[in-house]
Design a protein around this ligand. Structure first.
Ligand code: GDP
Ligand code: IMO
Ligand code: MG
Length: 427
């Protein structure tokens, strides 16, 4: 039995979806444990191309059960659309289970996400506007509504009535916006509850049984460590923990059960939304990476900011997660580059630093210190054997491995499941 966590090690969109789809085939259970439909996970396999927001990327596995854990905030409308789209493409969703403790994204969360962003003006976070921040804020403020609340109409009515009165006064009095109708929200969410009821259960019991039966469990992270509310570039962060620790909490698994923690890194860096990114390239090289790699958001379609690999941030990510395996994705995107840069330190106020500062104001002032390596300038997407990679590309990987301080086990050289090189087995 193994419990393996797949964690975003940068600012999200590292290719977690591809890696989970790849590792899910032999797995027994795949659990999404954090975030909500702010996530966009792309999977390209023999069944087609899919963009998943809430459903675990293990849904294509022939035997695995898919779980949406307690740590996820669920927009039931998005979930039902996603289930319907998968069914239309011939995929079964009968083995999908949703934690009865998962919180719901309500219509006022989405409205407030937009209104709060507008109010931030030039300091906007650049959220996905899916209501994720307000939903997690309500969870800790004890103002949330959970999936289990939908299973009892009276309980739901009572809870909604009290909470919506409060939310409507914020909408009308703070933002001068229109209030929401309690009856409309009630009827809409009761309908969702009826359809989703067969999928809602105590998923921790299901996971405990799987572990006791010696099954293999995959925890699927959303977002990335540098967006974590504690360790990311706060306040330019998301609102739940995308990290390995968040995996235990968001799935309901004790930390001692975690066997392997995979940190997924892109071979360069991207970020979508606001906040500091020391290695961002606002020049021809950055634009060319964006176009070659189609770096546009899976959820919002926004152009992703592109830059060189930031080894300072990456090493920090390894430390706070305790990665046991590194996964490098999108190496093929660098195929045409004559040279490659890796940021090995920052210059701050004339001094060299090698740590990832807590302060975003400080991070904004950090200038990257680069090391330059030769490129390989040859296509690598058809290579499946590590030893067949061009020597320059092996040298680049060796340097990343050294700087990130974690052994590389998987190298991804294309979007498709089979475009993968295993340096070390995971299961
Ligand atoms: P996630 O949010 O971490 O699952 O990542 P996204 O799906 O948002 O973005 C990653 C993008 O990279 C997707 O379009 C994937 O299909 C694609 N991708 C993943 N691995 C590779 C790779 O090794 N090479 C290339 N060219 N594309 C990849
Ligand atoms: P996946 O799982 C990349 C970013 C948003 C914004 C910040 C806060 O696909 O890697 P939020 O809507 O969470 O309140 O937005 O976090 N963000 C992501 N960036 N990938 C994601 O998910 C993200 N989910 C949120 O762009 O900067
Ligand atoms: Mg994504």
């Amino acid at each position: 039995m193994s419990v393996v966590a797949v964690i975003g090690a940068q600012w999200g969109d590292e290719g977690k979806g591809k890696i989970v789809d790849l590792l899910a085939e032999p797995a027994d259970v795949v659990v999404r444990f954090s975030g909500g439909d702010n996530a966009g996970h792309t999977v390209v396999n023999q069944f087609g191309e899919f963009k998943l927001h809430l459903i675990p990327s293990g849904i294509f596995s022939t035997k695995a059960i898919s779980v949406i854990g307690n740590g996820v905030v669920v927009n039931p409308r998005v979930l039902l659309d996603e289930m319907a789209a998968l069914k239309k493409q011939g995929m079964a969703t009968s083995r999908l289970f949703i934690s009865d403790r998962a919180h719901l994204v309500m219509p006022y969360h989405i409205l407030l996400d937009g209104l709060e962003e507008e109010a931030r003006g030039g300091k906007a976070i650049g959220t996905t506007r899916k209501g994720i921040g307000p939903a997690f804020a309500d969870k800790v403020a004890r103002l949330g509504i959970r999936t289990s609340d939908l299973l009892d109409r009276d309980v739901f009515r009572e809870r909604l009535s009290a909470i919506l009165a409060h939310k409507n006064s914020i909408l009308t009095k703070v933002y001068n916006a229109r209030p929401l109708s309690e009856d409309d929200v009630y009827e809409e969410y009761c309908r969702y509850g009826e359809i989703l009821a067969p999928h809602i259960c105590d998923t921790t019991a299901l996971l405990a049984k799987a572990m006791n039966d010696g099954k293999d469990i995959l925890l699927e992270g959303a977002q990335g460590t540098l967006l974590d509310p504690d360790f990311g570039t706060y306040p330019y962060a998301t609102s739940s923990s995308p990290m390995a620790g968040g995996g235990c909490l968001g799935a309901g698994i004790g930390p001692a059960r975690l066997d392997k923690v995979l940190g997924v890194f892109k071979a360069y860096c991207t970020r979508v939304g606001g906040g500091p990114m020391p290695t961002e390239l606002k020049d021809k090289v950055g634009n060319s990476i964006r176009e070659v790699a189609h770096e546009y958001g899976t959820t919002t379609g926004r152009p992703r900011r592109c830059g060189w690999f930031d080894a300072v941030a990456a090493r920090f990510s390894t430390r706070v997660n305790g990665f046991t395996h590194a996964v490098i994705t999108r190496l093929d995107v660098l195929d045409t580059r004559p040279t490659l840069k890796i940021c090995t330190g920052y210059e701050l106020n004339g001094e060299k630093i090698d740590f990832f500062p807590a302060s975003t104001t400080m991070l904004e002032k950090c200038q990257p210190i680069y090391e330059e390596l030769p490129g390989w300038q040859t296509p690598i997407s058809d290579i499946r054997d590590f030893s067949k990679l061009p020597p320059q590309s092996r040298r680049y990987l060796a340097r990343l491995e050294e700087l990130v301080a974690c052994p590389i086990s998987i190298i991804s050289v294309g979007e498709r499941r089979e475009q993968t090189i295993f340096k070390k087995p995971v299961w």
